[in-house]
Design a protein around this ligand. Structure first.
Ligand code: NI
Ligand code: MN
Length: 226
């Protein structure tokens, strides 16, 4: 499978002829190489309801017919906008035709701000385990450091982990390096930095803090064959 990074929290997985996009925040994302009109995902997976993660989901899914996989509150909200959705919740897993998705805890918020400046609370934020082609990918979503990351890796050995390092809203580099240790992922990729001034970080600093994990900085558009 091909796993590519596209700035902020956007990760794309291409497997078995299907395209899965995590957190497609394209419009307004200073770090992305994607254009909304060029993307035709089969599945969209959302970690939580914040605008910098839900992003262009409605436009993309309306055009491509993508199934949106998210926590139940986000799934309900997006189904009212006319999207095909699959609601799940923390600790639950489901076997889709491309592989298995499991929602893990994340410590963060999950409210969407609408065009009318209303705040809609959309349940608990999540991390995502994606089990595809015998490999396990962990997208931490937005979260602070928590010790149950050890439990996640005990239950599901992780091949590739995407961890936020931007600080301010999520873990910063130091805590993300501890997360990498807890997760024992074979490869760790820093995400959720440099998009806004308050999350400006040098990803090299995160890589240098890693002890036994292999860190890989991915620029927008870079991919890994897994
Ligand atoms: Ni967030
Ligand atoms: Mn975010």
């Amino acid at each position: 499978m091909r796993v590519s990074y596209h700035g902020h929290s956007i990760v794309k997985v291409e497997t078995k002829g299907k395209t899965i996009i995590f957190d497609p925040f394209i419009t307004g994302n200073s770090q992305t190489d994607l254009q909304v009109e060029n993307e035709n995902p089969d599945y969209i997976i959302l970690t939580h309801g914040h605008n910098d993660h839900v992003g262009d989901t409605i436009e993309l899914a309306k055009r491509s017919g993508a199934l949106v996989i998210a926590n139940n509150e986000i799934a309900d909200y997006l189904s009212w906008q006319g999207l095909n959705t699959h609601g799940m919740h923390i600790g639950g897993s489901f076997e889709f035709d491309f592989g298995k998705v499991k929602l893990t805890p994340a410590f963060h918020g999950s409210a969407l701000v609408t065009e009318n400046n209303e705040i809609i609370y959309l349940g608990m934020p999540a991390g995502i385990l994606l089990m595809v082609e015998g490999k396990t990918i962990y997208h931490a979503g937005d979260t602070g450091l928590f010790s149950d990351m050890k439990l996640i890796s005990e239950l599901h050995p992780i091949d590739l982990a995407f961890l936020p390092i931007g600080d301010n809203f999520t873990m910063g580099p130091e805590d993300a390096a501890i997360a990498a240790k807890f997760l024992k992922a074979k490869t760790v990729v820093p995400i959720h930095y440099n998009t806004f001034p308050v999350i400006k970080q040098d990803p090299e600093r995160f890589i240098n803090l890693l002890e036994n994990q292999t860190g890989q900085i991915m620029n927008a558009g870079d991919s890994i064959e897994l």
